[in-house]
Design a protein around this ligand. Sequence first.
Ligand code: GLN
Length: 308
Amino acid sequence: MERNYKQTYVFGVKELKQADIAEAETDARLLLEYVCRSDRNTLLAHGDRALSAEEYESYVNYIAERKKHVPLQYITGVQDFMGLEFAVNEHVLIPRQDTEILVEEVMRHLHDGMRILDMCTGSGCILLSLLYYSNGCSGVGVDISKEALAVAAQNARKVGKLKNDTVGICVCGSNTAKEDSISAEFVQSDLFERLEERTGSFEIIVSNPPYIRSDVIGTLMPEVRDFEPHLALDGQADGLFFYRQIISQAGKYLTGGGMLFLEIGYDQGEAVKALMESAGYLEVEVVKDYAGLDRVVYGVRNEVTAGC
Ligand code: GLN
């Protein structure tokens, strides 16, 4: 039976609602746009556009996946973050809008030519957006998962190409190109384990580590609980395991006056601030997100005690 665009959309919405998918209308529309390579305008202005049999069949399959609570982004394979499109798959956390607060906070302190370490880089979204929106900076992304690093490397090529195109330069191999392309290296390591201890390696260390308490994971929405990598979510018994590790070791890699930025859960501001202060960090601040919840903690490495 031939179906047009609007009818197919209505079918998708109905199916997703039946499965209690929260954003049924949006997801039904986005999946249709994904299948038909169309945009929002198509539903509004060209609802009578016919779907080919292949398009319809793919749509039905994707709707069935979404009904099982597979996140939309794992179906389409992409997520926007900081105005850039990142590839994602089941090996990486889907970049969150909340994490843009972390990136924006780092950007307020980032200068041309700085070196950045992104600990637990996942899709690479934090490091790569920082490199995209700065000049002459370079960075290292660390993750324990080699599958995640494959996604980060793919994203580095994507974002690097975009940056070259944006500035209209593609003179590979020459010095001028270096200034305007993405200079990122990815290292597979359990936190700092495989990073050579060298004070002064980075002006900025940033991390959005796993920070959900283990006993809370089971209560998360099915999209997160059943499909996103627990390795990227689970902050162990009190959720603070990775903060303790990162805070106690970061000083060995930061320059004097270097800064550590951490994304945190809404109820972790005080605890993480206290951890940073007792490790000797100065000017420790907690930053709220647009919902008014604590979201980022950052501080400056203390010249005297860091590295001890
Ligand atoms: N840094 C990545 C992100 O913010 C992954 C974070 C993680 O795996 N905990 O999306």
